[in-house]
Ligand binder design. Structure first.
Ligand code: NAG
Ligand code: NAG
Ligand code: NAG
Length: 191
């Protein structure tokens, strides 16, 4: 008995490997590709800079509140308030400056103790070689801080396989209307 056990173990192992091979060939849904054959040659680092216009007031807001909880209006940090945005991105800080894209998505007040947003949005570019391409941002924005860093989690078109980060700095804030212009410095690795 003691002598046949190791053999027995080996044959079970062989069966196991064999079953993996069989399974691999019968349920194949993935394959390896050469990155070069998909045009992915050298990863580059690009710096993009533009200004985001978050307009909450007036007849043509680009940021609208879509949700909140019963406690939101009495919360000192607006906890629960949720906005949908389609904010213009311009080359310079003036509202009349050339538009290079839009920031489309959602932000919510998600901090009970200080002003803090959770932002989920896409930069949707409309200019030059980036026209039609997007970058996706998901991050925390404690907007009273001087510099806020948010991760870039991906992209499309020109920005497939993108990753990186955004540094956001408030350029101007109208305290009576709530409208803000925010400078965005984007550092992105892409092909
Ligand atoms: C909270 O305030 C917002 C904005 O002023 C308003 O639209 C909303 O109706 C208020 N919600 C409640 C539950 O009072
Ligand atoms: C961007 O692409 C859209 C759709 O293809 C096109 O209609 C538009 O003219 C382009 N804009 C620029 C500035 O190239
Ligand atoms: C700030 O907002 C108020 C109210 O909407 C407006 O009257 C004022 O002109 C704005 N200030 C600036 C500097 O844009």
């Amino acid at each position: 008995m003691a002598r046949i056990l190791p053999k027995h173990k080996i044959s079970i192992f062989a069966l196991f490997v064999f079953s993996l091979l069989i399974e691999g060939s019968s349920n194949k849904f993935s394959r390896s590709l050469s990155p070069k054959s998909y045009g992915l040659k050298k990863e580059k680092l690009s710096h993009l800079q533009f200004y985001l216009h978050d307009i909450v007031s007036g007849d043509h807001p680009t940021a609208v509140r879509v949700a909140g909880a019963a406690m939101t209006n009495t919360s000192s940090t607006l906890f629960g308030a949720t906005m949908v945005i389609d904010d213009a991105l311009t080359v310079g800080p003036k509202p009349t400056s050339k538009i290079v894209g839009r920031a489309q998505g959602i932000y919510s007040f998600t901090d009970l103790n200080e002003f803090g947003l959770m932002m989920v949005f896409n930069y949707v570019f409309v200019e030059g070689k980036y026209n039609g391409s997007t970058l996706s941002i998901l991050g925390k924005n404690p907007f009273l801080s001087k510099v806020r860093e948010m991760p870039i989690v991906g992209g499309s078109g020109h920005f497939r396989f993108a990753r990186g980060y955004v540094l956001a700095r408030t350029h101007s804030l109208n305290l009576s209307s709530g409208d803000a212009v925010v400078k965005h410095d984007v550092y992105v690795l892409h092909y």
